[in-house]
Design a binder for this molecule. Structure first.
Ligand code: ZN
Ligand code: ZN
Length: 331
C-alpha cells in the first residue's frame, strides 16, 4: 500500500476495503502507526513543560474516565452487549469510548469478539501463549491485518450509521480532545496563573501521558491477564483473575470470570473482587440511563461443589451466557 493511501487511512479508516493478503497480514503498517509512536514520544515533553498538581490531577481523571469508557462501554456494552441502553446514550457512549484513542467502537468490538471465539488458540491475534508477551501486549495492534474492522463479527452494531461514521473517522474525537486539553491549559493559565499550568503542559499530561498509560493499562488484559493470577474456572483458554490488574483496569482483571461468563455485566463476582466499572454501571442504571444488566448465573457460585468446564471445541458466543459449559464433568 502506498504511503499516501496509508496516510488517508488516518482520517478515514474505511477509505479502502481491499482485503489484506495473507502474506501481508502480520506486516507492521509503519505509516499508520505514526500517530501511536508520536503519542509515546510526546510524553518525553514533560521534561520541558514541567508539571503542576492540576495537570497531574487532570491526567489521572482522564485515565479513570476513559478506562471506564473502555471497560464499561467498548468492552461490556459494544463487545458483549451485557446491558441495554437507548440509541442516544449508545451514541454518547461511543463518543466517550472514542476519546480513549483505541480506534473506533466497531473495530474494538469486532476484534474483541474474535478474541473470545479463539482465545489462546492459533487464530487469537493477541495471545501471549501463541505469539509471545510483547506481541500480545502491543505488537499485534501495529499489523496490517489488525487494522480493518470485520463487519461480519458485529452485525448488531454495524446497522447504526452514527457508529459506522465514528469508526471510520477514528481520529476525530482524539484530535478534538487533544485540542481541548491545550485550550484548557491556556484558559487556566490566563484566569488562574497560580495553578502553574500552560497549554502545552496540559496537552502533555492530560492527553499524551494519560492516553499512553491508558493504552498500556488496557493492553495488560491481553497480555498479563492470560499469564498471571488464579484460575477459578476451567475455561478453554488460560485467562486468569488478578486483583492487581483489576485495580489497574477498574475491574477487568477478573478475566477468568469474564472468559467463563462473557455475557455478564459484572466481572468481580464477590464483594472482595473490586470492580469499579460495575459500580459505575450500577449507578447509571439507578438513573435509568442503562438497564437489563446481566447477572452471573447460579452455577457461577457453585463451582466448588459442581466444577464447570468450558469446552474448547464448542462454538463460543461472546454475546451470550455460557451455553458451552457443563457442570459435573464426567471426565
Ligand atoms: Zn482474554
Ligand atoms: Zn471480553
Amino acid at each position: 500500500m502506498g504511503v499516501l493511501k496509508s496516510m488517508a487511512l488516518w482520517f478515514d479508516s474505511g477509505v479502502t476495503t481491499e482485503p489484506v493478503p495473507k502474506e501481508e497480514f502480520w506486516k507492521i503498517e509503519w505509516t499508520r502507526i505514526v500517530p501511536m509512536i508520536f503519542m509515546h514520544i510526546a510524553c518525553i515533553a514533560v521534561i520541558w513543560v514541567g508539571w503542576s498538581p492540576i495537570a497531574v490531577c487532570v491526567a489521572v481523571g482522564m485515565y479513570v474516565i476513559r478506562m471506564f469508557a473502555i471497560t464499561g462501554i467498548y468492552h461490556r456494552y459494544f463487545s458483549h452487549r451485557t446491558f441495554k441502553t437507548s440509541r442516544f446514550m449508545q451514541f454518547v457512549f461511543a463518543l466517550l469510548g472514542a476519546s480513549a484513542v483505541q480506534r473506533g467502537p466497531l473495530w474494538w468490538a469486532a476484534h474483541h469478539r474474535h478474541h473470545h471465539r479463539h482465545s489462546d488458540e492459533e487464530e487469537d491475534v493477541h495471545s501471549p501463549h501463541q505469539h509471545g508477551f510483547w506481541w500480545s501486549h502491543i505488537g499485534w495492534i501495529t499489523t496490517r491485518g489488525a487494522f480493518p474492522t470485520d463487519y461480519k463479527a458485529i452485525p448488531d452494531l454495524v446497522k447504526y450509521r452514527e457508529l459506522r461514521f465514528l469508526d471510520r473517522a477514528d481520529l476525530l474525537i482524539p484530535v478534538s480532545l487533544a485540542t481541548g486539553m491545550f485550550f484548557l491549559g491556556v484558559v487556566l493559565n490566563a484566569i488562574w496563573p497560580a495553578l502553574g499550568t500552560s497549554g502545552l503542559q496540559m496537552l502533555t499530561w492530560g492527553f499524551f501521558v494519560s492516553t499512553v498509560c491508558l493504552l498500556h493499562g488496557t493492553c495488560t488484559i491481553n497480555s498479563l491477564a492470560h499469564l498471571i493470577g488464579r484460575r477459578r474456572y476451567e475455561t478453554a483458554d488460560d485467562s486468569r483473575n488478578s486483583f492487581l490488574l483489576a485495580l489497574l483496569t477498574m475491574g477487568e482483571g477478573w478475566h477468568n470470570n469474564h472468559h467463563m461468563f462473557p455475557g455478564v455485566t459484572r466481572q468481580g463476582f464477590y464483594w472482595w473482587e473490586i470492580d469499579i466499572t460495575y459500580y459505575i454501571l450500577r449507578t447509571l442504571s439507578v438513573f435509568g440511563l442503562i438497564w437489563d444488566l446481566r447477572a452471573p448465573p447460579k452455577i457461577a457460585y457453585e463451582h466448588k461443589e459442581n466444577p464447570i468446564v468450558q469446552e474448547r471445541t464448542s462454538v463460543r458466543d461472546p454475546l451470550n451466557l455460557p451455553t458451552s459449559v457443563h457442570a459435573n464433568p464426567a471426565t
